[in-house]
Design a binder for this molecule. Structure first.
Ligand SMILES: O=C(O)COP(=O)(O)O
Ligand SMILES: [Mg+2]
Length: 224
């Protein structure tokens, strides 16, 4: 068994950039939103670097980049309207070009056989979680799935991690957070959980190794 799994009773997985490669469809929805607002498309390379702090922040980053609203960026009502457009387009496109990363299903099955509890902690809005998990064949593995809007705080705040650990009555030091970005590493640290980062995801254009996670993997297959 891989070192990262020693003394672990619960694994918390991030979704975007860790279990699924969703950047193509997120980019499609951002660019549809930009078009609807008469702004230039931003493209997938930028969107990949902007994912990780929830849809509202993603939309805000795109509007700031485009210099929309007089270069000041949107106020709260303008951001709400743009976000509503993004959500509508993403709902239509979220499974057009989104796939599980290699090794994900095998990893989930292996931990289920080992009797390790598994849950999902994503900053993605909750309404997208169930349809995506089902379409990707990932439903049925997780006892709990929290979206970025489920609680008052989201990653990098430790609250969602501690919330699930508390529901399952598992001490934070026996929890492993697996993610692709600094929000995951920071949330795990703040919660007192162990942390494993994957190198293939989205981390705002920077190597995740720089954050010194407890473990670093190129594929979740290594946890099988
Ligand atoms: O919606 C996002 O910003 C990304 O969510 P994640 O926490 O699953 O990476
Ligand atoms: Mg992520």
């Amino acid at each position: 068994m891989h070192d990262a799994l020693h003394d672990i009773d619960l694994i918390l997985y991030d979704l975007d950039g860790t279990l699924i490669d969703s950047a193509p469809d997120l980019a499609l929805a951002v660019d549809e939103m930009m078009k609807a607002m008469d702004l230039s498309p931003v493209g997938i390379d930028r969107v990949r670097d902007w994912v990780g702090n929830g849809s509202r922040r993603l939309v805000e980053r795109a509007l700031l980049h485009a210099g929309a609203f007089g270069g000041q960026g949107p106020d709260s009502a303008q951001l709400d309207d743009a976000l509503a457009l993004f959500m509508q387009f993403y709902e239509q496109h979220m499974m057009s070009n989104t796939y599980c990363y290699p090794g994900v299903i095998d990893c989930l099955e292996a931990q289920r056989e080992r009797g390790i509890a598994q849950a999902l902690v994503t900053n993605k809005p909750s309404r997208f979680i169930d349809p995506l998990l089902e379409a990707m064949g990932l439903d049925g593995f997780f006892s709990h799935a929290l979206g970025g809007d489920a609680l008052a705080q989201k990653k990098p705040d430790p609250t969602p991690l501690l919330h699930i650990a508390g529901l399952l009555d598992i001490a934070p030091e026996r929890v492993l957070m697996i993610g692709d970005s600094r929000s995951d590493v920071q949330a795990a640290r703040a919660a007192g959980c162990r942390c494993l980062a994957v190198t293939y995801g989205y981390n705002h254009g920077e190597p995740i190794a720089a954050l010194n996670p407890d473990h670093l993997l190129d594929s979740l297959e290594e946890l099988v």
